[in-house]
Ligand binder design. Structure first.
Ligand code: PEP
Ligand code: MN
Length: 355
């Protein structure tokens, strides 16, 4: 449920409502609107008498949240959430592009790709250091060494870093390097990991499980939000269907559905959702047209040599072309792409690294 405070409620009124909610054994989450404060209340309220709350000074009314996810719902927060990631505003239709290789493979590959995507207009750099692979014999990622290379790439390009974490025990380590923790499709319902990522207070990019419903994705986001970590980005990355012509099936419907049901930013990963570079641009554009707040695209300087997901990785030139198409689409739709000037100026210049 939500406790809606009156427009003239004072700070003391809000504090006493928070204390009252906690006394009832429930957890309050404040949402400070421009005009009013709303307090989301989660926990088992079946045997709780709310008259006590209603009688508190400054309380206007109590409104139930009908969805099973509470803090993620539009009922709790009618306006789109917007938050900063390394100085870049994410959410509310400010189109953001995350790009980079599937995996960090070596210094040259990462730095070359990072500079190329930055030049093409990407805002954030992706790259996996811990890779969830179907086969235990496949390349598993460079681990902490990969994280160090990502930090170097951030230093060289100014781009904030998005990288995957697969275990709760590694959240602290990955948080030392990452601006955004990625939780992959295979771990969307790893509840210990969701709790740990929530507690880290780092922004989280949460990918939809390959067989998860939209509601299950939102319930997974709720775990992170329940730690009062509000910087959660949802990412559609294709679901399993009977179709084998593509790696997954892009659930384009999920984008407007999510936008209707949650205030959280909604991204699309057209690389994993299609599995083939030939289809990535078409589906990326479809995602933006459907209302996505951003994209996550795999780019590799030499896709044919990639240690993972080469088939779905764009070469930098093609990616640059896609970015120009996205910019054109955004202006046709009356939307805006986050200005690349928002990315901090790189502290070091390109020629400062050697290979
Ligand atoms: C990835 O982003 O490289 C990845 C492994 O994605 P997903 O978890 O969506 O399969
Ligand atoms: Mn990948």
């Amino acid at each position: 449920m939500m406790i809606v405070m009156r427009a003239d409620a004072t700070q003391e009124d809000v504090q006493s409502v928070l204390a009252c909610v906690e006394e009832l054994g429930l957890t309050p989450h404040i949402s400070q609107g421009v005009e009013r404060t709303v307090i989301g209340v989660v926990g088992d309220s079946r045997n709780v008498h709310l008259d006590q709350v209603l009688r508190q000074p400054g309380v206007d009314r109590i409104v139930p949240i009908t969805r099973p996810y509470k803090l993620a719902s539009r009922e709790f927060n009618a306006l789109d959430s917007v938050f900063q990631v390394g100085g870049i505003a994410v959410g509310a239709g400010n189109v953001i592009i995350i790009a980079g290789p599937c995996a960090v493979e070596d210094r040259f590959q990462l730095l070359e790709t990072a500079h190329a995507v930055r030049q093409a207009g990407a805002h954030l750099l992706r790259g996996g250091a811990f890779k969830p692979r179907t086969s235990p014999y496949a390349f598993q990622g460079m681990g902490e060494e990969g994280l160090e290379l990502l930090a170097e790439a951030r230093q060289a390009t100014g781009m904030p870093i998005v990288t995957e974490v697969m275990e709760p025990e590694k959240v602290q380590l990955v948080s030392q390097y990452a601006d955004v923790l990625q939780i992959g499709a295979r771990n969307m319902q790893n509840y210990a990991l969701l709790h740990a990522a929530g507690a880290s207070q780092r922004p989280v990019l949460l990918k939809r499980g390959m067989s998860a419903t939209v509601e299950e994705l939102l319930m997974a986001a709720e775990y992170i939000l329940s730690h009062d970590n509000r910087r959660v980005i949802l990412c559609e990355r294709g679901i399993r269907t009977f179709e084998t012509a593509t790696r997954n099936t892009t659930d384009i419907n999920a984008i407007p559905v999510l936008k209707a049901q949650t205030h959280l930013p909604v991204f699309l990963d057209p690389s994993h959702s299609t599995g083939y570079w030939e289809y990535v641009s078409a589906i990326a554009l479809a995602g933006i047209a459907a209302g996505a707040d951003g994209l996550m695209v795999e780019v590799h300087v030499h896709p044919q040599r990639a240690l993972s997901d080469g088939m779905q990785s764009l070469k930098p030139e093609r990616f640059a072309h896609l970015v120009s198409q996205i910019a054109a689409l955004c202006s046709a739709l009356g939307r805006r792409m986050a200005p690349p000037e928002q990315i901090p100026t790189p502290p070091s210049e390109r020629l400062e690294w050697s290979t």
